[in-house]
Design a binder for this molecule. Structure first.
Ligand code: FE2
Ligand code: ZN
Length: 375
């Protein structure tokens, strides 16, 4: 049964629920092939061109559909099931990437483990992995034979987010200090986020075990540590609002010089970024490229104190340590998860990790498509 109101139509759905649909929306949503390309699922017209006071000339309800004739004679029909789905979409908000869950313990990572072959062949494994990535900011994909990093990148995002380093970079850890980045030494690497000198650093990062000897790593260290900066920043906000305030308002300088590329990158930003409501939107911190040189004299001590307090909150309770096996890929949110490396106790070890970036748009787009395919 249907009831016609001035601005909308009410219709009972198979569920027994009565749902309301505006006339203008119904006209806008016409499913006929005069109104839209049914293959591309794209409209031929602009919603702005529909008179907002449009109403139906006649409405006919059958068991299967609602049929409407419009004042200009155009006919539209809407399957009842289709209307019920639209109603569901309006009332139930699907999980979106921004629904982040701070870590309460490193155990969250244990639930976020998947096999690399499963990710490739199993749609529901891929969707679950991406949901966990958006929620907890990290997913651990354990290496399985015959799955390389390019194949995994294709499956997760279609294409990577290029950076200064190209499509990806290989971190070959060598036992000497003659390198253009301390990332390549066997020294410990402090907890950081990547590319802080971009105005918008990459959303997600991956690290992949390209050439790792699991036994040697176990014996000599070199584990990678991942810590939830979001949990730490929220704790700082609760425990020390003044320090939190300093880190959300005092810009620091991030700078990287790459003479071979004839480039100097530089960006001024606060370490903790918030939106106008105070919500934490991102963390930007790489100690090896950070300078406090432009910080006013009277802000300098509060900044050092607040920064030290914050980094102190990235403790074991919010940290996951990964011992690498060949083919492992860890994907993590570069706006919230800090990463760093323990020292190798043997300076002779050689290990290569491949790294690169993904934009959230591509990961979310892939997740949406695959989730629809299996629903
Ligand atoms: Fe890094
Ligand atoms: Zn139409």
């Amino acid at each position: 049964m249907t009831t016609q109101h001035a601005q909308y139509l009410s219709a009972d759905l198979p569920s027994g629920r009565v749902a309301h649909f505006h006339w203008v929306w119904l006209r806008d949503s016409c499913l006929c092939d005069e109104c839209r390309n049914v293959h591309a699922k794209q409209k031929y017209f602009d919603s702005a061109t529909i008179p907002t006071d449009i109403t139906a000339s006649t409405v006919r309800r059958t068991a299967e559909q609602v049929e409407i004739v419009w004042p200009d004679g155009h006919r539209s029909s809407y399957p009842t099931r289709w209307l019920a789905e639209r109603e569901e979409h309006r009332s139930a908000r699907p999980p979106e990437p921004r629904d982040r869950i701070p870590w309460t313990s490193p155990d969250v990572v244990a639930d976020n483990r998947f096999g690399s072959r499963d990710i490739l062949v199993d749609d529901s494994a891929l969707v679950t992995a991406l949901q966990r990535l958006f929620g907890h900011g990290i997913v651990v994909i354990s290496g399985q034979p015959g799955v390389d990093s390019n194949t995994l990148c294709d499956r997760l995002a279609g294409f990577v987010d290029r950076s200064y380093f190209g499509e990806y970079f290989d971190l070959e850890t060598k036992p000497d200090d003659k390198t253009d980045s301390i990332s390549f030494s066997t020294r410990p690497l402090p907890m950081h986020t990547d590319i802080p000198y971009y105005t918008t650093p990459p959303d997600y990062q991956f690290l992949y075990g390209l050439d790792v000897n699991a036994a040697a790593t176990a014996a000599t260290g070199g584990r990678t540590r991942f810590a939830d900066g979001l949990a730490a920043a929220q704790r700082l906000r609760d425990d020390d609002p003044d320090a939190f305030g300093v880190l959300t308002t005092t810009p620091v300088t991030y700078r990287a010089e790459y003479p071979a590329a004839e480039k100097i990158y530089q960006n001024e930003t606060t370490i903790i970024r918030t939106d106008p409501t105070g919500e934490i939107t991102g963390l930007i911190n790489n100690p090896t490229k950070m300078y406090f040189d432009k910080v006013p004299f009277e802000s300098t001590m509060p900044l050092y104190q607040a920064y030290s307090r914050f980094k102190g909150l990235l403790g074991d309770e919010v940290s996951y340590f990964h011992s690498w096996h060949p083919g492992d890929m860890i994907v993590f949110d570069n706006r919230r998860i800090f990463h760093g490396r323990e020292e190798f106790s043997a300076s002779t070890i050689t290990r290569t990790l491949r790294g690169g970036y993904f934009s959230e748009i591509e990961l979310a787009a892939r997740m949406r498509f695959v989730a629809e395919r299996i629903s």
